[in-house]
Design a protein around this ligand. Structure first.
Ligand SMILES: [Mg+2]
Length: 434
């Protein structure tokens, strides 16, 4: 078996640079929800030492010195470009596991003329058709493909594609000896610290450890990692659209919220987003949960983390799902807390074909419900999400996220299409000041 792991380089930053050439050589960072922390860095931002995950407000001095551009997350853009990358890659293998927004595994066993040639073709094809740089790692197991990807990305001699399985054994060992064990997939910081206490510091040392001993010292999970490092596949490729077990929609608010009314509007908006995903996947929900969270970092605030799950007759009707989500919210809400986040989770998902007529379900009502949902979808698809929505969402979302410096949604909004002459477009100014 030969698996490929394809990973986009600096994904969010590369998406932004693709549409704004002025950003190509700049130190660029993308910030998390509410412009909190650094979640992506361009190559230049890495060079000047901007740390991943750091809160932006702590970086202001460094940012000014290196003229760092900070952008809010533009999830509509990243999601759309991700779908295009995955689409191009899916042409190279019938077995594709989309592992995250910017990574997928592909089974390239028996690929012609060779898996390595296929890897190089994928890299140039994604660059040509989508415009984004990717790195490709190839190996006989997922863990080795991941590690190969790391080499492909970090070592210029591979030019973005590392076919680890084709290298002589001695060369493979030399590479593995230079990688800290913490870089191996599935070895977190805590495990790598314990490993270090046992004298295991590199990927090569982990590979040479006895699987049985590792299982006794740690877990069967880490034992699998050791076996995978020795080319023994233990982790299956999960190809095909995995049947979702749940659909979750949730966001942190731009400010803390204490009153019920704006929480209801937020929960209604998340219920709509969740229902859109549910209907896209042709599923029905049998339970609707709503949760609330205060800010756990505000130790001076009283904390409240309630949630409630309500069963419903399996449905994909927005009105029923919203009603259940709001019902749950009103039952868990307590005044006197400053809430940071709410969310709606749909569970007990079943395919829509298995809709069971309830004794009390009126077929005429069901037909009307479907017609209404389809009409809403049609309008929202052609005129923009949220053009038609339930009153429960309100019209002035006080709960909305902070995203002060988001770039246009170039590929998914007609009114935000890039223009050739840069006259009508808002100039992107670095957060750090001019
Ligand atoms: Mg990546």
């Amino acid at each position: 078996m030969i698996l490929a792991l394809v990973d986009c380089n600096n994904f969010y930053a590369s998406c932004e640079q693709l549409f704004d050439p002025r950003l190509r050589d700049r130190a660029l960072v993308v910030l998390s929800n509410n412009d909190g922390c650094v979640v992506a860095r361009s190559a230049r931002a890495k060079e000047v030492g901007i740390p991943m995950g750091a809160p932006w407000h702590q970086l202001k001095d460094q940012a000014r010195r290196h003229r760092v551009v900070a952008l809010s997350s533009n999830y509509a853009l990243y999601g759309d470009l991700s779908a295009r990358v995955m689409q191009v890659l899916s042409g190279y293998s019938p077995q594709q596991e989309v592992y995250s927004i910017d990574e997928c595994f592909l089974d390239l066993t028996g690929a012609l003329p060779s898996p390595a040639a296929c890897g190089r073709a994928m890299r140039s094809e994604v660059l040509r058709l989508v415009g984004l740089p990717v790195s490709v790692g190839l190996g006989p197991t997922k863990t080795l493909a991941k590690l190969a990807n790391h080499f492909g990305k970090k070592r210029p001699e591979f030019e973005g594609v590392c076919p680890l399985h084709e290298l002589p054994a001695a060369e493979q060992e030399r590479l593995l000896a230079q990688v800290p064990a913490s870089e191996v997939w599935g070895v977190g910081r805590r495990i790598s610290q314990s490993l270090e206490g046992l004298g295991i510091r590199t990927a090569l040392q982990l590979k040479k450890a006895s699987p049985a001993w590792i299982r006794r010292q740690f877990s069967v999970t880490l034992e699998r990692t050791v076996r995978e490092l020795n080319s023994e596949p233990c982790l299956e490729l999960m190809a095909g659209p995995a049947r979702r077990r749940q659909i979750l929609c949730s966001r942190s608010f731009g400010t803390l919220i204490s009153e019920l009314a704006p929480l209801e509007e937020a929960a209604a908006a998340f219920a709509r987003r969740a229902t859109e995903k549910l209907r896209d996947q042709k599923l029905l929900a049998g339970s609707v949960s709503t949760f609330l969270r205060t800010n756990p970092h505000r130790e001076d605030h009283p904390q409240h983390f309630p949630s409630l799950c309500l069963p419903v007759q399996p449905t994909d009707d927005l009105r029923r799902i919203t009603a259940a989500a709001l019902n749950a919210l009103r039952r868990i809400y307590r005044s006197g807390y400053a809430y940071q986040k709410t969310g709606v989770i749909l569970t007990d998902l079943t395919p829509v074909e298995r809709r069971q007529g309830d004794l009390f379900d009126d077929p005429v009502q069901l037909g009307r419900s479907q017609a209404l949902m389809e009409a809403m979808e049609h309008i929202n698809r052609s005129m923009g999400s949220g053009t038609v929505k339930l009153m429960a969402e309100g019209s002035d979302p006080r709960w909305a996220m902070k995203a002060d410096n988001r770039t246009p949604r170039y590929t998914t909004r007609l009114d935000e299409l890039p223009v050739a002459k840069a006259v009508s477009r808002k100039k992107i100014s670095p957060y750090s000041g001019t």
